[in-house]
Write a protein that binds this ligand. Sequence first.
Ligand code: NAP
Length: 315
Amino acid sequence: MTDEGSPRRVRVAVVGSGPAGLTAALYLSRAQLAPVVISGVPSGGQLMLTSDVENYPGFPEGIQGPELIERFRAQAKRFGTEFVDANVTSVDLTRRPFRLELGAAPPLLADALVLATGADARWLDLPSEQRLRGHGVSACATCDGFFFKGVPIACVGGGDSALEEAMFLTRFASQVILIHRRAELRASRIMQARARANPKIAWRLDTEVLEVLGGEKVTGLKLRHVPTGKVSEIAVGGLFVAIGHEPATKAFKGAIALDPKGYIVTESITRTSVEGVFAAGDVYDHRYRQAVSAAGLGCMAALDAERYLAEHPAE
Ligand code: NAP
């Protein structure tokens, strides 16, 4: 028991409760290190906003994203993981134990940390887009492309991600309409050349999405051609938003090395610029961004933290 408000000391804390954080917690708890997971509010990460997950191994029939997270959580809890439903508001990583401020909850002192706060997909911020998320609006072609076999769909964005997703989606969709707000694409030349050569991609450049149409599910889009202001509608069964991601690293700014886009910089896979602080999942991996790869990185971060703690006994 700690006095209310006074810091509590633990051997290891995990920040974040998506697949990376919960897998790290599973490994740390089975190593008898009694990890505390700062879940974040809302907790569970991007899978909480995903319906059918068909590419997580071990679930041949598929599983709902929130249920998968619940199972991760139950498995970590079974071996002694404790959960604190709070957000980390700031950190002091200049000395050990590291100190985490948790808003209204008492601060936490930990000898080692696994940071697994993930990244959020950027959205267009249209009310109709938010209403139809999971009902035809998605930010992950790898996850959801399969559900759009033989129907026309749209993909919005002009960077490498948008073109990569559009090309991937042509495997399923009858046509992919690429919508970008400017005439020039941001994507690399090689990706542009590949996408241009794909006959299933149609281009709507200089075009904004005004509204996602549909009641229960996506049936079309209302678009505006920016130079002329002309409004038109297209019929599509899905909208993939690929306009970038935002790593959840605000609380770590200035305390740990981040790249220009705010992702944690690591070496030897999980080691951050601060000894004893490890990172896992989308908070630094902006390349793969899969639940299974995040879980794998969570395992690696936990094993690295465990080794570090073995070399640094509690004082
Ligand atoms: P990005 O390069 O930042 O591109 C984001 C795109 O979304 C831009 O075209 C931007 O338009 C557009 N956008 C942003 N906000 C928007 C809004 N509110 N409404 C409409 N459009 C909006 O992001 P990314 O494509 O995710 O790529 C991130 C990084 O990963 C890049 O460095 C990229 O090269 C890399 N990456 C590489 C590969 C590969 O090599 N295979 C694949 C994926 C990603 P504007 O252009 O008008 O700003």
